[in-house]
Design a protein around this ligand. Structure first.
Ligand SMILES: O=P(O)(O)OC[C@@H](O)[C@@H](O)c1c[nH]c2ccccc12
Length: 262
């Protein structure tokens, strides 16, 4: 499952006239053994890809829900090595592309080359490292290229036009358009300038543009998805899973599909 696999998944969504839906879950939250069950559930719910969080002690971009999920996972003793070994074991049962969302430190400690090799072995198609700006990614890029893993870049509301262009051109798989100034977590209202922000990004992008941060209802999934190529939902998925409300997760996953809701 290399980056071509991720690109194919987006192409299939686009060919159907649907929007991409990428949920985020924290590896090791509820015990690492539960990860396979969560992935299978989301795969059946029809998600485009799954973002898998690697627990880390100092998650600067994360709001309370994801921080707490990370703490629970760390308390379970979850390590990057265990996650990679676990996924390597179950990967033949999976079809949905997996994206790792990790801070730089765990990857750096593991070793850039070893990490890239083991991530491919574990079936990882893409990687998001929010604290690794594009200017500093030269150390890891050759290894990821060799293993055909996409390095997905983030654009933020404060990125100036020139920088948007640069980030978007360098991004692989998709472009992650962060829709709020601040940390992850549910928000009740959506930024009124979102449409023009997403249009600016789309103008330069050769890959799909997905919006994420603060999206938590089927209406938001649909409304924001309409303005770009799809959405990422993290905190809400984690809370719904905690509550045992899988039905609402299915609703979120279906909200961007043209044939079901519209
Ligand atoms: O939780 P939210 O608000 O739905 O946002 C998505 C997000 O959880 C996920 O993509 C993510 C979790 N941690 C991150 C750190 C940086 C960028 C993105 C993320």
């Amino acid at each position: 499952m290399t980056k071509a696999y991720l690109n194919d998944a987006f192409q299939q969504v686009q060919a159907r006239g649907d929007k991409a839906f990428v949920p985020y879950i924290m590896a090791g939250d509820g015990g690492l053994e539960s990860l396979g069950e969560k992935i299978s559930f989301l795969e059946k719910a029809g998600v485009t890809a799954i973002e898998i969080g690697i627990p880390f002690s100092d998650p600067v971009a994360d709001g309370p829900t994801i921080q707490q999920a990370g703490t629970r996972a760390l308390n379970e003793g979850t390590s990057l090595r265990d996650i990679l070994a676990y996924l390597t074991d179950i990967k033949s049962d999976l079809q949905v592309p997996l994206i790792f969302m990790t801070y730089l430190n765990p990857v750096y400690k593991y070793g850039l080359e070893n990490f890239s090799r083991d991530a491919r072995e574990a079936g990882v198609s893409g990687l998001i490292i929010p604290d690794l700006p594009i200017e500093q990614a030269d150390g890891i890029i050759p290894y990821l290229k060799q293993e055909e893993i996409a390095l997905i870049q983030l654009v933020t509301l404060t990125s100036p036009e020139e920088r948007i262009k640069k980030i978007v051109e360098a991004s692989e798989g998709f472009v992650y358009a962060v829709t709020v100034n601040g940390i992850t977590g549910e928000r009740s209202n959506v930024n009124q300038y979102l449409g023009s922000y997403l249009n600016r990004i789309k103008k330069y992008s050769h890959t799909p543009v997905l919006a994420g941060f603060g999206i938590s209802t089927p209406e938001q999934v649909k409304d924001i998805g309409d303005k770009c190529d799809g959405v990422v939902v993290g905190s809400k998925i984690i809370s719904l899973w905690e509550e045992g409300n899988q039905e609402e997760i299915e609703k979120l996953a279906k909200a961007g599909q043209s044939k079901t809701i519209r």
